[in-house]
Design a protein around this ligand. Structure first.
Ligand code: F6P
Length: 372
């Protein structure tokens, strides 16, 4: 007979995004009040699991974090226990598989189930712990919304609403001064945030990773707007947008990160390149960067986080370990960690379809993607 669950542990890994706290709160409250389990939270993601560093989570502790962005458990996007930097005993560092320490610490803390809130990287480790026999449930997190197995992840709608506000605010100045303003929005490999915010904020041009662009086409679109009596344009640029010749802009290399490339700076390049071909406009750029994923959780994401959290607790109760919670259509469900990670590894993330209905709708109302 299956061992009865008494104690569960949560951890959050990867970049923060709005909704993490709301999911932590929901799982904690459901675990305690519906199922009578104890809940602990490892701090700093898998590093906390390695160092046996955790806090007790109580209803009182989580009650007011339903709308707070970020994560009260803190996060790390560098600490993979299957490839972990440890002292080599000679004054240097070496990478080692220390996952057994994690498994031991779970046993020591009396944890029956580990609930992992994270994206690709964090969930890859979750899959690997599951392969080692740990009872794991994944709750997918990505504000980029590019996870193939689920329709929408918490954090996306919040980020998209903030992106929309940026475009709204920039439009005021663009309109008053007849300027072109390029606004860079996060979204590494997928253009969802830029497409949604671009549509909602009525950007004149949207540049996304899925649709390579040329400066000439963007300039043509701006000129067309000028001729239509709209002598101002906000260009929404995804950080991962690429020129037709394949040019992308890297902002920073984070050496000790498993995924070291950080994008950033493409809006400034697009602005420079544009100013050379549209001398009748002053062209500016802004890169709000992490502001897009900060602040409060949107009302939509608060509810989505409740749904993800309750579904995660219910999966634990049903003993369906090794799975990730999903939402498809209006139905909560689950997919195996193996499948989710397998798809991410072979590059089957969820991308904007350049021929899809949303892009067609945008084009129908005159939004250019710089591709024609
Ligand atoms: O994946 C989420 C995300 O916010 C991306 O949109 C962005 O490229 C990346 O994380 C930034 O990561 P960091 O916070 O490490 O700079």
């Amino acid at each position: 007979m299956e061992k009865k669950v008494k104690r569960i542990a949560l951890l959050s890994g990867g970049g923060d995004c709005p909704g993490l706290n709301a999911v932590i709160r929901t799982i904690t409250k459901t675990a305690i009040s519906k199922y009578g389990w104890e809940v602990i939270g490892y701090v700093y993601g898998y590093r906390g699991l390695y160092n046996n560093n955790y806090i007790e989570l109580t209803e009182e502790k989580v009650e007011s974090i339903y709308k707070e962005g970020g994560t009260i458990l803190f996060s790390s996007n560098k600490d993979n226990l299957f490839d972990y930097l440890v002292d080599d005993g000679k004054g240097g560092k070496v990478k080692k598989d220390v996952s057994d320490v994690g498994v031991e610490n779970l046993k020591k803390a009396g944890v029956d189930v580990l609930v992992v809130l994270g994206g690709d990287g964090t969930l890859t480790s979750a899959r690997d712990f599951s392969r080692k026999g740990v009872n794991v449930i994944g709750v997918p997190k990505t504000m980029d919304n590019d996870l193939a197995s689920t329709d929408v992840t918490y954090g996306f709608m919040s980020a998209m609403s903030v992106g929309t506000e940026f475009i709204d605010r920039l439009t005021t100045t663009a309109k008053s001064h007849h300027r072109v303003i390029c606004c860079e929005l996060m979204g590494r490999d997928a253009g969802w945030i830029t497409l949604y915010a671009g549509l909602a904020g009525n950007a004149g041009v949207c540049l996304i990773p899925e649709i390579p662009f040329t400066i000439e086409n963007v300039a043509k679109a701006i000129q067309k707007r000028d001729e239509a009596g709209l002598p101002y344009t906000v260009v929404a640029v995804a950080e991962g947008a690429k020129y037709a010749d394949g040019t992308k802009v890297i902002g920073k290399i984070v050496e000790d990160s498993p995924d070291p490339i950080r994008l950033g700076g493409i809006a400034a390049k697009v602005a420079d390149d544009l100013e050379k071909v549209i001398p009748n406009h002053e062209v500016r750029s802004v890169n709000p960067g992490h502001i897009i994923r900060g602040g409060d959780i949107s009302a939509y994401d608060r509810i989505l986080s409740i749904r993800y959290g309750v579904a995660a607790a219910d999966l634990i109760n049903e003993g369906k370990f090794g799975n990730v919670v999903t939402i498809n259509g209006d139905k909560m469900g689950y997919t195996s960690l193996e499948e989710v990670i397998g798809a991410a590894k072979v590059g089957q993330q969820k991308h904007v379809d350049p021929q899809g209905e949303l892009v067609k709708a945008a084009k129908a109302i005159g939004i250019s993607f710089g591709d024609e």
